[in-house]
Design a protein around this ligand. Sequence first.
Ligand SMILES: [Ca+2]
Length: 139
Amino acid sequence: MYPKLFNIILLALLSNLSAVTSLPASPNVPSSFKRTIGGVYMCTDINWGGPCQYITVPIDACHELGSYANIVSSFGPDLGASCALMVNNCDADNSPFTDLIPYPGIADLRTIGWNDVATSIYCEYDCAGSNPCPGEWNG
Ligand SMILES: [Ca+2]
């Protein structure tokens, strides 16, 4: 009696286990994950005018603008990341910085009082709403 009951329970447990393990690991990976995160476009004149450059910067890290320091008037990150503009180089303490600027960016940095001000930038993954961070922190 007991062995038979044990077998039935074991079978029930195994069937539950196989039901769980047979689920697809990631049924719906958003296509938005396939993109160049960390791409940043910036221009020296407002409304994306004048000389411009497109660079790819590391995420969760400070990046100095080099020859574009103190001349950027339009700034926009690619989808997937938002960036803060900062005064001073990356090794400075307590540098002023903007709110995180998401895609498509700001065509006229005068609107936030940051025309020709930024010296460095700091980009983070966008993790809001239906755009979670794959394998990254959830700050
Ligand atoms: Ca400028």
